[in-house]
Design a protein. Structure first.
Length: 305
């Protein structure tokens, strides 16, 4: 059956938004053109794809089945186009990386510097976002690889993961306001303190909330922010105890803060480099993952085997 790709493209946008008008706006065509395209597709397939009413549009069972197949196909084509555009736009090799502000500042900068010294001819483009958003950027084909926190519900089976660093999260405080040095604190003890942490749209927030829930405790943070640097600053002026990754605070940059001791060590988490298995990995991305994996010999061997 020879069906024009454009018809499936229109179907995808209508099925995703469940709105003929929104699909028309996204595709920069008229609503009547969208409606006509759907009618042509339904006629060629011989089945109705949408249930239309005056108030809403919904998919038929057959439409839902088709959408499950069309959605990954559209994404794959989009990722291929984006990768091709990135290669031809500058006329030079390019590496597109996405990572959070924290991962960029406290982990990636030395690797970016080293990569740039070794491969100055490769243009580096770095995008910032939460680890959840970075996974979406990879899925959309807007970057070649990401470095993100794991566990992370946005990482999918279509992504190949390379463990590049293990870390633990810690609570830090200014001892002038919270004289807790030398005391081992339980989660119940910590629950009574004003906790400063990242907002709900972060893997770190989900991790800590789940940890408290596992111990039948409710977590009600005093302050939620979008920056670990601000959390550290707020802890420094005594507004509460900040929950941050340990690689953000080292002995030489605590600057008057202390790391609180927990009765039981918090579970470790992982930084992973992830790429899309549906597309060939650019050589520049391979070089960069190789640098990241040098500190983890097991993952390095997995990458090169």
């Amino acid at each position: 059956m020879d069906i024009n790709y454009e018809l499936y493209k229109v179907f995808y946008h209508v099925a995703r938004s469940l709105s003929f008008s929104e699909a028309a706006s996204e595709l920069f065509i008229s609503q009547s053109a969208v409606s006509q395209s759907i009618k042509v597709l339904e006629k060629r397939l011989g089945i109705p794809l949408f249930i239309r009413s005056t108030k809403r549009v919904s998919l038929t069972r057959e439409g839902e089945i088709l959408f499950k197949h069309i959605e990954p196909a559209i994404h794959l084509i989009s990722r291929g186009e984006n990768q091709l555009i990135s290669c031809t736009k500058t006329g030079t090799a390019e590496l597109r990386i996405a990572a959070s502000d924290t991962i960029c500042r406290y982990y990636l900068v030395p690797y970016l510097s080293r990569f740039h010294r070794i491969y100055p001819q490769i243009h580096l483009r770095v995008l910032n976002g939460t680890s959840l958003r970075c996974a979406e950027l990879l899925e959309e084909g807007k970057v070649d690889l990401i470095v993100a926190n794991s566990p992370n519900p946005a990482l999918t089976n279509d992504m190949e993961l390379y463990k590049v660093k293990s870390f633990r999260d810690v609570f830090i405080a200014n001892p002038e306001y919270f004289p807790l040095a030398g005391k081992k604190l339980s989660l119940k003890d910590l629950q009574k303190l004003p906790i400063l942490m990242l907002g709900k749209l972060s893997t770190t927030s989900a991790f800590l909330h789940n940890l408290f829930l596992q111990h039948s405790l409710e977590l009600a943070p005093a302050i939620e922010l979008s920056s670990n640097d601000l959390l550290i600053d707020f802890a420094r002026i005594g507004l509460g105890i900040a929950f941050v990754p340990d690689f953000c605070v080292k002995d030489d940059n605590l600057d008057g803060l202390i790391i609180l001791e927990a009765e039981q060590p918090l579970p470790s988490r992982t930084l992973v480099a992830a790429c899309d298995t549906a597309l060939p990995l650019p050589e520049a991305a391979r070089y960069f993952i190789r640098l990241l994996c040098e500190e983890n010999e097991n993952e390095k061997s997995n990458f090169f085997n």
